[in-house]
Design a protein around this ligand. Structure first.
Ligand code: 3HC
Length: 673
């Protein structure tokens, strides 16, 4: 865990705790012991602390949080380093995050490798830097630069760190020798804690005014401001005490528990239970996409951006040209925002091969079908594809709902077939549901997971059922939202409950964005439902300027009097006397019912673990991360409360058959694992 070695009169202390050199109990006590050893040894004149491998340290061991951490605590470790009478130099060999960076701040000098990233990401876990970082950083780099790092949680490069004074020297390659040389050059100790803070309270106000979105719905960023204020206004000791108090309060908060859950859930989702060890991924050198629509193009962009060549096939020349032009337009828009260079755009576009020749798919190692949702057409395409595709090529459907086993059955190579369900816009949204068919081969699954990670996605394995994980859970939510409108709620009220909860949009705003006409029978004379009525009037959502809401040319939303009167008409038609519906009922019927569906998904083995369901909602639908995802949130609310509420509304609207698993866990007083 902690190794020491002598280089002349310099003691090298190496943090060696793979995979990321997290600062668990043994590392903390080892660091304190090594510092004491150096203090006691008259032959040691200076100390260097570094990390083994590619990380300096990723900070505190997050898995220890909430379990009662053994002494010494990290603030004490940092104090032991800072109080050491011999100079201590940090050799930042690689990424230093959170408590890892705080250890370097307790050192007197910092030498960094050019490729290292330095950051205080605690806020992303609902915390604040709790080992003196909030008190030392503003003293070292000034209030504004410290605010930027602590409140955003974003790391800086070594070059930027040198610019703001966070590190003294940046070197190419391993900084250990440079640090040892520096330590051996009769340095004096230079503790940061006793230096004055460079900056004032006005910088905090200016930062808050310039960055409102960093604070939305979140507790930790506000607490970060408070501790930086304490660094400016209080004595050193009181500042450190304030940091400790607020850190411990955040550690116990629901938001931090949820964000820590999300951190581990995201990493667990990439693992497939029971996959044989010999399921080595297949090589994917070229990807084929069938369909040059918005979805096909968006999917293709992910691969182009990761330098994987793409063959994009269409049946019609105009659609093909439009698709390729849309890809270029999207890249140009990103370049205009400064997030890509012109050279990167051209490099990506050069890898795109648009063609009308279906046989070109024969050169691809993975082909993703991204045409419209029609089983018969998809089956035809797959049967044809199976004839062209080379042996061992993986055949994937981007279907959102349809039966992947049925599609696979018409290929005579069902072991090569799976679903890859991307979320719209596919070049932006991080989620991919990897749909495992009955006969999908283990190495096909392993390939899909690895490839999805390579293109920067978060893959989640799902079994075959209507709508897989995410869209299946949408069904009770959307059905109940519509039923609630018929019973007396307004779309605005329901949407507001969802946006107040932290969702980026409510059920009706989402319908307008996706298209009210999805699944419509297209017969304007057949009006059975409110949605039929909207579609018959051309109110297909944002794309036609009107849906449940009206939209102006800039797609700004406003309430529609026409929709309000249509709703009245429909209620009258069905003899419904509208009643007042409170927000609590909306939560029960549109969110608890989703949890219930999630429990059924678990029960049926469609999802591997409840945290995978959370990941689907966090990354596919913008569920507020600070609640951890629907299943974690439900466990926090209490499953017994959820079951009781579902039972209370059991006679109303669809989706209320309570899952046996949910009922069972609730009866035992447990949550989802
Ligand atoms: N504690 C415990 N485990 C950690 C960890 C940490 N700080 N950081 C990473 N891990 C684990 C991951 O869970 C994963 O475990 P697994 O293989 O069993 O799934 C393994 O290390 C590798 O992590 P990644 O898959 O994320 O590897 P990457 O190379 O993609 O990313 C990383 C590495 C950038 C370090 C990323 O893991 C990361 O961002 N870690 C969290 C850093 C962080 O938030 N630090 C602050 C901690 S809080 C703190 O320090 C409090 C202090 O102020 C008192």
């Amino acid at each position: 865990m902690i190794r020491t070695a002598r280089s002349g009169a310099v003691l090298e202390i190496v943090i060696d705790n793979p995979p990321v050199n997290a600062l668990g109990a043994e590392v903390r006590s080892g660091l304190v012991a090594a510092i004491a050893e150096a203090e006691a040894d008259a032959g040691v004149s200076a100390i260097v602390i570094t990390g083994a491998g590619k990380f300096f340290s990723a900070g505190a061991d997050i898995a220890e949080f909430g379990k009662g951490m053994a002494d010494p605590q990290l603030p004490e470790v940092c104090l032991a380093i800072e109080h050491c009478l011999k100079p201590v130099v940090a050799a930042i060999n690689g990424t230093a995050l959170g408590g890892g960076l705080e250890v370097t701040l307790a050192c007197d000098y910092r030498v960094s490798a050019g490729g290292a990233k330095l950051g205080l990401p605690e806020v992303k876990l609902g915390l604040l830097p709790g080992a003196g970082g909030t008190q030392r950083l503003p003293r070292l780099v000034g209030v504004t630069a410290a605010l930027q790092m602590i409140v955003s949680g974003e790391p800086v490069s070594a070059a930027r760190a040198a610019e703001i004074g966070l590190v003294d020297i940046v070197v190419d390659g391993d900084p250990l020798q440079a640090a040892v040389d520096m330590a051996g050059s009769s340095l004096s100790p230079r503790p940061i804690s006793t230096a004055p803070v460079a900056g004032d309270l006005a910088e905090i106000d200016a930062f808050v005014a310039a960055n409102p979105r960093l604070f939305k719905g979140l507790e930790a960023p506000k607490a970060c401001l408070e501790v930086i204020k304490a660094a400016i206004t209080l004595s050193g000791a009181d500042g450190f005490a304030t940091e400790r108090r607020l850190f411990l309060a955040l550690l116990a908060s629901d938001q931090s528990k949820a964000l820590r859950h999300a951190f581990f859930a995201e990493r667990a989702a990439g693992k497939i239970d029971g996959l044989p060890n010999d399921a080595a991924p297949r090589t994917i050198a070229r990807v084929g996409i069938i369909g040059a629509g918005t979805m096909g193009g968006g999917i293709g962009m992910n691969f182009l951006s990761a330098a994987v060549p793409v063959t994009m096939v269409e049946t019609n020349g105009e659609a093909l040209e439009r698709g390729a032009a849309l890809i270029r337009k999207n890249y140009d828009a990103t370049a205009a925002k400064g997030r890509l260079t012109a050279g990167q755009v051209e490099a990506a576009m050069a890898l795109l091969h648009p063609t009308l020749d279906f046989a070109a798919l024969g050169a691809c190692d993975l082909v993703i079908e991204a045409i419209y949702e029609n089983m018969e057409v998809k089956k035809e395409v797959f049967a044809r594809l199976a004839a062209f595709a080379k042996p061992g090529a993986i055949l994937a459907s981007n279907t959102s709902y349809l039966d992947v086993n049925e599609i696979a059955a018409c290929t005579q190579r069902p072991q090569d077939v799976l679903g890859l369900h991307f979320f719209s816009p596919a070049n932006v949204m991080k989620l991919v549901e990897v749909v495992r068919g009955r006969e999908t081969a283990p190495d096909v699954l392993a390939t899909a997971m690895a490839l999805a990670q390579k293109i920067g996605k978060v893959p989640v394995v799902a079994g075959v059922c209507y709508g897989f994980i995410g869209n299946r859970m949408l069904i009770p939510r959307q059905d109940n939202a519509l039923a609630l409108v018929m019973e007396g709620a307004s779309p605005e009220q329901i949407d507001k409950v969802h946006t107040d909860f932290g969702m980026p949009m409510g059920p009706f705003q989402m319908t307008d964005l996706a298209g009210v006409d999805i699944g419509w029978h297209r017969d304007p004379d057949r009006i059975d439902t409110l949605k039929d009525a909207l579609c018959a009037q051309g109110r297909w959502g944002q794309k036609t300027g009107a849906g449940f809401y009206d939209y102006d040319a800039k797609r700004q939303r406003s309430s529609s009097p026409l929709v309000a009167s249509l709703i009245e008409e429909f209620r009258a038609r069905e003899n419904i006397t509208p009643r007042a519906i409170d927000d609590e009922e909306i939560i029960v019927r549109t969110l608890y019912t989703m949890v219930n569906e999630g429990a059924k998904i678990l029960e049926e083995g469609i999802a591997q673990r409840s945290s995978d369901i959370d990941v689907v909602w966090l990354f596919g639908y913008g569920w507020p991360r600070y609640t951890g995802g629907p299943m974690f949130w439900a466990s926090q609310v209490g499953l017994a409360k959820i079951v009781a509420a579902l039972d209370r509304y059991a006679d109303r609207a669809p989706g209320f058959a309570v899952s046996a698993l949910l009922r069972d866990l609730a009866a035992k007083g447990e949550g989802f694992a």
